[in-house]
Design a protein around this ligand. Structure first.
Ligand SMILES: *Cc1c(COP(=O)(O)O)cnc(C)c1O
Length: 227
């Protein structure tokens, strides 16, 4: 069985190779380690192996780990579905949220971001495989949501995120990621700060990088299967 640091090296090799194949600059893709359901000790090990960005889906699980790892300079990303009654701790403890998909959530996160902290970095989650998931703003509603987030003082609009319908077909994977990239290109005219494309997971990170991903969210390939 390989150690976490070996798995991180393997994932970084995959990222580097795909980045080179896509003729993109080395280092243009950030590895976001998805540590949901995994213990704080694994996050500590991953940090010792060089990672600093961690993604979490479950609020209490995340807050517990943050408390145990408060001695480390980590950047925490909330990537899971967000209910409006859970926005306050997210606004108070995270650096990024990737799953903003409606006005009410955006408004609350902005209002609840503590005054002394930098604005919360936000990616808008887009539903690019409409039949698959209920999370994510529709492509039609996306421009209005981007407009709102741009104006909220507690938020910093950084990019788009998507979780396409699962597929083992690389061509199909790329088509979905290309749709997110096309939406980003349209929005960039009005929102020049929208430079992050949060797309690609353990099974499809290559397809995502070929289509312009700047942040891949990798769980299983680093920490093993989840229960
Ligand atoms: C769990 C999760 C991931 C990681 O998926 P893996 O297939 O384990 O790499 C990425 N993004 C989101 C939003 C997730 O919920």
């Amino acid at each position: 069985m390989s150690t976490i640091s070996e798995r991180i090296q393997q994932a970084q090799n995959r990222i580097q190779q795909a980045t080179a194949e896509a003729k993109r600059p080395e280092g243009s893709v950030t590895l976001l380690a998805v540590s949901k359901t995994k213990p704080a000790e694994m996050v500590r090990e991953a940090h010792q192996a060089g990672l600093s960005h961690f993604g979490e889906n479950y609020l209490q699980d995340a807050l517990d780990k943050m408390a145990q790892l408060a001695d480390l300079p980590l950047t925490w990303h909330f990537i899971g579905p967000l209910q409006s009654n859970k926005t306050r701790p997210v606004a108070e403890h995270f650096h990024w949220v990737h799953s903003v998909d409606r006005d009410k959530i955006a408004q609350r996160l902005s209002d609840q971001r503590p005054a002394g902290m930098a604005p919360l970095n936000v990616c808008l989650q887009v539903n690019i495989s409409a039949e698959q998931s209920k999370s994510g703003v529709t492509p039609e509603q996306l421009p209005a949501l981007a407009e709102l987030v741009e104006q909220l003082p507690g938020l910093n609009l950084r990019g788009l995120m998507a979780i396409p319908a699962a597929s083992d077909d690389p061509a199909e994977q790329r088509q979905a990621f290309a749709r997110l990239r096309a939406l980003q290109q349209q929005l960039l005219v009005k929102h020049p700060g929208l430079t992050t494309l949060s797309m690609g997971m353990s099974n499809d990170l290559e397809a995502a990088i070929y289509e312009g991903s700047t942040m891949v969210r990798i769980g299983t390939a680093l920490f093993g299967a989840r229960d």
